[in-house]
Ligand binder design. Structure first.
Ligand code: SAH
Ligand code: SF4
Ligand code: F3S
Length: 465
């Protein structure tokens, strides 16, 4: 059977419930995943239903990432396949959303003339309006700077237990390697009331854990008006956490990503004092060398970073710490790179996302002459990954024999006799689904699990009686 026979074509005159099927593939970070869930919600409210397979869908949307070159290239190979399909199925609607869409804009249409819609991340909530233009026969490019409208649609969320809530869009930093500010635009904070309302809605649906999202979440509130009687900003991440903490039904609150330049002691203290805020901190350091940090325009020193981690561990001794790091940044010497290794060794991270530097369009570092070779990148990445794994294993060892609270998210996809979930410190944990009373553990259950097996990035155990 061909794809066209499987589902109704997306005719402009189709009834609201007969628009056909959609498929979304999401690349990149949690912001993109959150945007995809909102776009899926919009499509469903327009009458689309989820397709069983990518090659059968009437509307295919790629929500793209351009943080590194290999992320960007991925979408072109996906698009090639769909463009070919469109030649035999003109009713197919092809959409590129997200960060590659924003970066490339109209030139994407020249490269892939089969595209119907190219839309930047700031336009995610306007998918229905843009598709209406497509249905009138236009090829649409929506990449202009846009004030993000408060989301009035209901997202179609992948999990019914753990949800993401955007608190600040965009980024005003200018890290010299990073494409995010140019594709995500200026910082726009949502109002605390809107954030709380969304969290209350999720809690009412049974969600137990919320992760508050922002590229630089410590910047939350700087674009909102208001000064307290003590003369400080009225809206900060700390105030937001306090404001949303007591939403009934929620068990856990997380937030990401933290920026060492803005991370405050007040925030650390609030995290220690607020019981629902989990003891896990994602604080990218990017390099263990002060001169490299300066060239990256990160705005802090390694020492400041150390003090933040010390303070976190002082208040929450068992807290887990994760981070991002870049190796082979332009001009990074072997000695500078070794300082990064030394910092990983010293801090003992629970997890580190590593990447070799990749030159990005419209970023200063991409034009510098002191680029390092592919061989150096590959070798440094290999070495650092081995260290990261060794340290993660060391950190995992502390769980052996302990009892940890795990929030069940679902069945282990590799073994359906097990469920999986996370500890408060964000370690993935597996344990038998069968309960002592003959029932099964369900998503949303909070279970005390005795940890019996530890691996670098996950744990296994059994539920405590
Ligand atoms: N806002 C976050 C990071 C967002 S991007 C922060 O400030 O830390 C996610 C990660 O991708 C970054 O932390 C960085 O480690 C990596 N990254 C960003 N640009 C990169 C580039 N040009 N080359 C390699 N890695 C990059
Ligand atoms: Fe990129 Fe820096 Fe903004 Fe993070 S803080 S998104 S690394 S510019
Ligand atoms: Fe990628 Fe855009 Fe996120 S570039 S990492 S999807 S903000």
């Amino acid at each position: 059977m061909t794809a066209t026979q499987l589902s109704a074509p997306a005719a402009p005159t189709a009834a609201a419930d007969g628009r056909g099927s959609y498929w979304i593939t999401t690349f990149g970070c949690q912001m993109n995943k959150a945007d995809s869930e909102r776009m899926a919600g919009i499509l469903e409210s327009m009458g689309y239903r989820e397709a069983q397979a990518e090659l059968e869908a009437d509307l295919v949307l790629y929500n793209t990432c351009t943080i590194r070159d290999n992320a960007e290239q991925k979408v072109y190979s996906y698009l090639g396949r769909q463009a070919q399909r469109k030649r035999t199925n003109p009713n197919l609607t092809l959409v590129v959303a997200g960060c590659v869409a924003q970066q490339e804009g109209e030139s994407l249409l020249r490269r892939v003339p089969e595209l119907d819609l190219v839309m930047g991340p700031q336009h995610a909530n306007r998918l229905d309006v843009l598709l209406a233009q497509v249905e009138q026969g236009q090829q649409v490019v929506a990449t202009e700077e846009h004030h993000i409208l408060e989301d009035i649609t209901t997202a179609r969320r992948d999990s019914s237990i753990c949800g993401w809530v955007n608190v600040i869009y965009g980024c005003n930093e200018r890290c010299t390697y990073c494409v995010v500010p140019s594709v995500r635009g200026k910082e726009q904070s949502r109002l605390p009331e809107a954030i709380k309302l969304e969290m209350e809605g999720l809690a009412a649906q049974g969600f137990k854990e919320i992760t508050l999202l922002g590229q630089n979440i410590d910047a939350y509130g700087r674009d909102l008006p208001g000064i307290t009687p003590e003369g400080r900003r009225q809206h900060t991440l700390t105030d937001l956490l306090q404001f949303v903490h007591d939403v009934e039904g929620l068990e856990r609150i997380r937030f990401a990503t933290s920026h060492p330049r803005y991370f405050t002691e007040r925030l650390i203290d609030a995290c220690a004092d607020l019981p629902k805020v989990c003891e896990h901190f994602h604080v990218p350091f990017q390099s263990g060398d002060d001169d490299v940090l300066k060239a990256m325009a990160r705005g802090y020193t390694v020492d400041r970073y150390r003090r933040i981690i010390e303070r976190i561990r002082d208040r929450m001794p068992d807290a887990s710490i994760s981070a991002d790091v870049i190796v082979a940044f332009p001009g990074e010497t072997d000695a500078q790179y070794r300082r990064t290794l030394a910092l990983i060794d010293e801090i003992g991270f629970d997890q580190v996302n590593t990447a070799a530097y990749s030159p990005r369009p419209n970023t200063p570092a991409a034009d510098w002459p002191n680029q390092l070779s592919e061989e150096v990148k590959v070798e440094r990445l290999r070495e650092i990954n081995a260290l990261v794994e060794r340290k993660a294993r060391e950190r995992s060892a502390r769980y052996a024999g302990r009892s940890e609270q795990v929030l069940v998210e679902g069945i282990n996809p590799k073994d359906d006799s097990q469920v999986m979930g996370r500890t408060r410190t964000n370690r993935l944990t597996f344990f038998p689904a069968a309960r002592a009373d003959g029932g099964q553990w369900q998503p949303g259950d909070l279970v005390e699990v005795r940890i019996e097996e530890v691996r670098a990035f996950s744990l296994s155990g059994t539920a405590q009686p």
